[in-house]
Design a protein around this ligand. Structure first.
Ligand SMILES: *Cc1c(COP(=O)(O)O)cnc(C)c1O
Length: 452
C-alpha cells in the first residue's frame, strides 16, 4: 500500500502487523526482547550479562531507558569527540538529507566525497594525496593491505606478500585485518587454518617518554633483514596500541621504524583509526614523530561519532603504480562507498574540530591529559593496580587481574558513568568537550572500581 510521506497516520502498518499476531510489543521489556534476537559485539547469543537499554544521548551523557544518566567515558568507542547531538553535525547531516542520502559511487561522484577527500589530504601527513573512502575501520585496513599487495605486483615484485605487524597490535575484525592483529589477544588459534600467516615483531616498548635504544629496535631490524624481500608492508598503530593493550610508546621508536622500512624498501601502513583526529594530543599520532607513512587508515572519530565511515589514504607513487599496470584498478568497491550523509558528517566534524570552539581542540585535549594524570595518580597505590598512564585524551589503569565484568559493569553504572573495561584494562577516552567536574567523576569511578 502506497502511503504519501506526509500521511496523517504514521506507521499504521506496524499496528496492523502486531494486531494480526495478537502480541503487542512489550515496550518496557527491551532487555528481554534484546536477549531473544539481538547479537552484541564479542558476545554469545544470548549474552552472558544483560545489556543496558539507552533512550537517548546528549553532550557527554548517555541516558538509559530507566532514566539514569551516565557520563560517557568511552566516547562510543573513540568516536564521539564532540559529544552527542552537536547542532553543527546534526545540521550538516540534515542539510545533506535534503539533497540525497545515498547514491552509488561507481561512475558517479558528489560534492560531499570530493570535499571530504580534499580536507583529509589537507590535514593528513605530507604526501598522502589519494583517498579511498569506505564503510568501517576494518575495511579501511583491508583496502590498505590490498593497496600494498597490488603495489608490489605492479612493481613486478609479486614475491612481496607478507605483512609485518607488532605484538599487541589491533587492526580490525575481518579476516585480513585479523591476520595482522596480536595472535594471542586476536585469538588466532580459533581461525588458524583460515588466516594468512603474517610476521610479528615484539610490541614497541611501553612509555611515550622512553628513550629508544638499539636494543628496542633490534628484533624488528632482524626480521626486516631476514624477510625484507618477502614483505609488502609493516603495519602499526602509531604511538598508541589501542584495543590490544592501551599501550603508549615513544615517537622516536616510530621514527626509527619509518627509517628501517624505508631502508628495506618496505611500505609503512599507519593505522590511525583509533589515534586520528586529536586523541593523542596531535591531530594525527604520526605527527609526534614527524613522519609520513605510505598508507594511512582513518575511521572511528572521522564522522565525530555520527555514523560509520572510514578512509584509506596513500601517495601518488603507489596510486600511479597500481593504475599504470594490469589490471589498472584497485580491486575494491563497497556498495555504500562514500555515503553522502556520512561524508557530510565527516566534513562537518573536521571543520568543527579545527575551528576549535570554544577552545582549540589541542588545548582541550592537553587539559584532559593533565586532569587524567593528576586524578588517576592516587590509583597507583592500590594493591590491585599494576600501572597507571595517560596520554592525550586517554587515561588507563592497568589492573593486576582481569576485571569481573558481571560485577564491575553494573557498579560503574551505579556510579553514574559509562566505562567498558576489557581484561585488565580500566580506561577512559572521553569526548573532548567533557568539563572538569564530569572528568573528575569518571576518574573517581575508576578509582572506586580499582579499589573494589
Ligand atoms: C577500531 C579499530 C579498527 C577497526 O575499525 P572498525 O570500524 O571497528 O572495523 C582498526 N584499527 C584500529 C587501530 C582500531 O582501533
Amino acid at each position: 500500500m502506497a502511503r504519501s510521506l506526509d500521511s496523517p497516520e504514521p506507521a499504521r502498518h506496524v499496528t496492523l502487523v502486531t494486531e494480526k499476531r495478537g502480541k503487542p510489543p512489550v515496550a518496557d521489556d527491551l532487555r528481554g526482547r534484546d536477549r531473544t534476537h539481538v547479537w552484541h559485539p564479542y558476545a554469545g547469543a544470548p549474552p552472558a550479562v544483560p545489556m543496558f537499554p539507552v533512550r537517548r544521548t546528549e553532550g557527554v551523557y548517555i541516558e538509559l531507558e530507566d532514566g539514569r544518566r551516565l557520563i560517557d567515558g568511552m566516547a562510543s568507542w573513540w568516536t564521539a569527540i564532540h559529544g552527542y547531538g552537536h547542532p553543527q553535525l546534526h545540521g550538516a547531516v540534515a542539510a545533506q538529507l535534503r539533497d540525497m542520502s545515498h547514491v552509488m559511487f561507481g561512475g558517479l561522484t558528489h560534492r560531499p566525497a570530493i570535499e571530504l577527500a580534499e580536507r583529509l589530504v589537507d590535514i593528513c601527513p605530507e604526501g598522502l594525496t589519494r583517498v579511498f573512502i569506505s564503510d568501517s575501520g576494518s575495511v579501511a585496513v583491508e583496502v590498505a593491505l590490498k593497496m600494498a599487495l597490488q603495489y608490489w605486483r605492479a612493481r613486478g615484485a609479486s614475491r612481496r606478500t607478507k605483512i609485518l605487524s607488532f605484538r599487541h597490535g589491533y587492526h580490525g575484525d575481518t579476516l585480513g585485518a585479523m591476520s595482522v592483529c596480536d595472535p594471542v589477544t586476536g585469538m588466532h588459534s580459533l581461525f588458524s587454518d583460515t588466516l594468512p600467516k603474517q610476521l610479528f615483531a615484539p610490541a614497541p616498548p611501553l612509555g611515550f617518554e622512553r628513550e629508544t635504544t638499539d636494543d628496542d629496535l633490534a628484533p624488528l631490524s632482524e626480521i626486516l633483514q631476514q624477510h625484507g624481500p618477502d614483505l609488502a608492508a609493516v603495519i602499526l598503530e602509531p604511538i598508541v596500541q589501542g584495543t590490544g593493550g592501551m599501550r603508549f610508546y615513544a615517537p622516536e621508536f616510530l621514527r626509527q621504524v619509518r627509517k628501517l622500512t624505508a631502508r628495506h624498501d618496505c611500505l609503512l601502513i599507519a593505522d590511525e583509526i583509533a589515534s586520528g583526529f586529536g586523541r593523542t594530543g596531535r591531530l594525527f599520532a604520526c605527527e609526534h614523530a614527524g613522519i609520513s607513512p605510505d598508507i594511512m587508515c582513518l575511521g572511528k572519530a572521522l564522522t565525530g561519532g555520527m555514523m560509520t565511515l572510514a578512509a584509506t589514504l596513500t601517495t601518488d607513487t603507489i596510486a600511479q603504480a597500481i593504475t599504470n599496470s594490469d589490471p589498472g584498478v584497485l580491486m575494491h568497491g563497497p556498495t555504500f562507498m562514500a555515503n553522502p550523509l556520512a561524508c557530510a558528517a565527516a566534513r562537518a566534524s573536521i571543520d568543527l574540530l579545527l575551528e576549535g570552539s570554544p577552545t582549540p581542540w589541542a588545548a582541550r585535549v592537553k587539559r584532559i591529559e593533565q586532569t587524567l594524570r593528576d586524578a588517576l595518580e592516587p590509583c597507583r597505590t592500590l594493591p590491585a593496580v599494576a600501572n597507571v598512564r595517560a596520554l592525550g585524551a586517554m587515561g588507563v589503569i592497568e589492573l593486576r587481574h582481569p576485571a569481573d565484568m558481571a560485577i564491575v559493569q553494573p557498579a560503574l553504572v551505579e556510579l553514574g558513568v559509562w566505562l567498558r573495561p576489557f581484561g585488565k584494562l580500566l580506561y577512559t577516552m572521553p569526548p573532548y568537550v567533557i568539563e572538569e567536574p564530569e572528568l573528575l567523576k569518571l576518574c573517581d569511578a575508576m578509582y572506586a572500581v580499582a579499589a573494589m
